[in-house]
Design a protein around this ligand. Structure first.
Ligand code: UDP
Length: 195
């Protein structure tokens, strides 16, 4: 997709992000999705590892109002804000419509939160195929188990809610486990879905 620089970070501007992701899914094209806001661009200025990870992500969407305003000013065209949680919700809804719904995994949040969030999404979209959940607070041994689980299950869509920048760095380090998956850092979305 076409990218425009926001403080040195390439942001992709398109009209249908979920549609693009569904295509990646169909083609088994592994994708890291970053939902960019101003706070993150400032963190990236101080944190070169984070900057590198964002630059390498296949899809960087304008999540924050500041990023959208800047792009509108830069491009003189309509740029829609795409909040990460809305992208995730649309994607889940679309996955539910698939003939053979893709395998989804929820990782992050306080103990029980990811499971509760998955339950909520399952209620909204009964055909959703959630293959597992895992909390974001755990020991190193447990993390090793999580790696094995992901590797065995091969989920096709993996939501990671560890907060910025932890989730972006974690995805970059672990995406090799499921190279064909769509990995999305969703911040505190699980907290919202779990109510
Ligand atoms: N979190 C986690 N493990 C950690 C630290 C944070 O799972 O070691 C979770 C936390 O429970 C919360 C999310 O990460 O659900 C961070 O949410 P926040 O709204 O702060 O995200 P951000 O604003 O960074 O996108």
């Amino acid at each position: 997709p076409k990218a425009f620089s926001v403080l040195g970070i390439p942001v992709h501007v398109m009209t249908n992000y979920p549609g693009w992701l569904l295509e990646c899914l169909q083609q088994g094209k592994g994708t890291h999705v970053v939902t960019l806001n101003a706070e993150m661009t400032m963190q990236a200025e101080r944190n070169s590892a984070l900057a590198k990870v964002i630059q390498d992500a296949e899809l960087v969407i304008p999540d924050g109002a500041g990023v959208v305003l800047y792009l509108r000013w830069l491009l003189w065209q309509k740029v829609e804000r795409c909040p990460g949680i809305e992208l995730a919700e649309t994607l889940l809804r679309e996955l539910g419509k698939q003939q053979n719904p893709a395998k989804v995994f929820f990782y992050g949040g306080a103990p029980g939160v990811a499971a509760k969030a998955a339950e909520f999404c399952q209620q909204k979209t009964p055909s959703l195929n959630v293959v597992g959940t895992h909390s974001g607070y755990h020991s190193l041994e447990e993390e090793e188990k999580l790696r094995q689980t992901l590797s065995q299950l091969q989920p096709q869509v993996i939501f990671v809610g560890l907060g910025v920048p932890r989730q972006e760095l974690w995805i970059a380090q672990h995406r090799y486990l499921c190279p064909q998956a769509i990995w999305i850092g969703v911040g505190g979305s699980f907290d919202i879905w779990s109510g």
